[in-house]
Write a protein that binds this ligand. Structure first.
Ligand SMILES: N[C@@H](CCC(=O)N[C@@H](CS)C(=O)NCC(=O)O)C(=O)O
Length: 203
């Protein structure tokens, strides 16, 4: 029997972006819901044996290799399936440029909000940085449908998750980004991933 890719995930976590990409690329996959606190896989196994870093996303490939780190996992899925990362030209690098911005300038600045040991000063710093970074993303989006070029890319899937987190921590994003978020939620791959993870579809 041919092995299927397996995505180690947590509902609504950054792994949602990879989940969206698997669906958009029509790649068969299975899901494994990780207990991140206890570092256990869905069947109670030791998640650190899958990914010694202990975090998600982790994508088990069809040959048993495990790939980690959002930018690599997202790029891998898009390259395998052909949707989400332009093959060549400057467009390829522009998508990676924006996806790296999302991982290092947005995603990382949410850490104090999800870390129970972080203090108010760390959260305030995070809030200031996130407000400035979301403003940059808003300017980049302008009145276009997608964050890079004219097509849906891995950067849109990742930014979608970041905007959903902004809502969770009570951080307002510019109205234009909010509208973009609601439009993305209606894309079939995004709606299907939300449903499979048991997450509400934004109104
Ligand atoms: N550098 C990693 C960070 C991934 C990450 O922050 N994952 C979070 C969920 S969104 C996680 O698993 N946190 C639990 C932990 O670190 O214990 C990447 O870009 O993939």
């Amino acid at each position: 029997m041919e092995m299927m890719m397996k995505l180690y995930y947590r509902p609504g976590a950054c792994s949602l972006a990879s989940h969206i990409l698997l669906i958009a690329n029509d790649i068969p996959y299975t899901l494994d819901k990780v207990d991140l606190k206890e570092k256990l896989t869905e069947d109670g196994g030791d998640f650190r044996r899958v990914n010694p870093k202990g975090y998600i996303p982790a994508l088990e490939l069809d040959d048993g290799e495990v790939l980690t780190e959002n930018v690599a996992v997202l790029s891998y899925i898009a390259t395998r399936g052909g949707i989400g990362l332009p093959k060549d030209g400057l467009a390829h690098w522009r998508v990676l440029e924006t996806t790296t911005f999302i991982t290092s300038e947005l995603h990382k600045n949410f850490v104090p909000f999800f870390d129970p040991t972080a203090d108010d000063a760390a959260r305030e710093r995070g809030r200031k940085l996130l407000t400035a970074r979301f403003a940059l993303a808003d300017r980049q989006l302008g009145d276009r449908a997608f964050i890079v070029g004219d097509e849906f890319s891995i950067a849109d899937a990742y930014l979608f998750v970041m905007i959903s987190w902004a809502g969770r921590v009570g951080l307002a994003v510019p109205p234009n980004l909010e509208g973009y978020y609601r439009r993305l939620a209606k894309l079939p791959a995004v709606a299907a991933a939300l449903e499979q993870e048991g997450l509400p579809v934004p109104a």
